[in-house]
Ligand binder design. Sequence first.
Ligand SMILES: NC(=O)c1ccc[n+]([C@@H]2O[C@H](COP(=O)([O-])OP(=O)(O)OC[C@H]3O[C@@H](n4cnc5c(N)ncnc54)[C@H](OP(=O)(O)O)[C@@H]3O)[C@@H](O)[C@H]2O)c1
Length: 286
Amino acid sequence: MLGSKVVETLSAINGYRVIATGRSEVSFANVEYLRGDLTENEFIYRLCSYATYDVVIHCAAEVNLKKAEDEPQHSKKIHVEATERLAKRLNGAMFIYISTDSVFDGITGGYTESDQVKPLNEYARTKMEGERIVERFAPLHYILRTNIYGFQFPPKESLVEWAYKQLKNGQLIKGFTNVYFNPLYTKQLAELIWLFIEHAPAPGIYHAGSDESLSKYAFLLKVIRVLEFDATLMLPAEADYTGVVLKRPYNTFLNTSKLKQSLFMADTSIDSGIRSLAKDIKTNNL
Ligand SMILES: NC(=O)c1ccc[n+]([C@@H]2O[C@H](COP(=O)([O-])OP(=O)(O)OC[C@H]3O[C@@H](n4cnc5c(N)ncnc54)[C@H](OP(=O)(O)O)[C@@H]3O)[C@@H](O)[C@H]2O)c1
């Protein structure tokens, strides 16, 4: 979801040569694509020897929380070991590691970069370990903790894609009123990554979220209004993560003051992100 927006955004910029990777068989206009598995040594070797990289943008992850929880070795391989190999081999490059707001336990919300992390599940724990690896092995690094929404074709199971499929079929959805976040549209994050590359602020961790904290219900309501769906198709509901094996945080609102001070020109408005999403959906006839 994010990777393809990053490729689309950066390959449109004059003077950028973009080399993308993934396991799927895909192609992008004007972009070299190396197909392979980042958990395999030989592929990392091939990728690293293919070119001299000025910037590495590490978006690859196992975002299926259930799979990440059930297969901890798999999570470790992609989030920790692959990150370590890339960071060690490409340590002369600017290394941008996409992390997650779920490194926090979500009890208070409003987290700054120096707040204590306390991941609740295997996905978040291994993403946090990936952060430590990047800090250790990549001197010029940006660790962007974020939450994102986006759309790809065919739609997968992310929040907006799931809601869109349901609503389009006239089916009811539930929106959680007690789970808070401040997500960015993938295009906003891709443009933000571009700003990091161009402006190179001080290396470190940055919280990359939208300006507003809102519940998933409030967020989906905005999406529903902009996409002109029937708002009565969404019912308010309360998430209950107590007693479940796969723990999730309730409030991962990220304080973005550091980001705004460093890159004040970044578009992190929730409303403009949703409008941009709607425009992309319309343009691509999704
Ligand atoms: N989605 C969210 O809500 C969310 C929230 C917070 C943070 N994040 C972070 O944002 C980043 C992007 O997430 P996303 O939502 O765009 O996820 P996504 O759509 O699942 O994309 C992840 C990509 O990683 C690639 N990948 C996974 N395992 C790989 C492997 N072993 N070798 C090579 N490529 C591999 C996959 O490409 P192929 O399928 O082609 O292999 C896939 O395109 C991740 O780092 C994630 O942790 C996401």
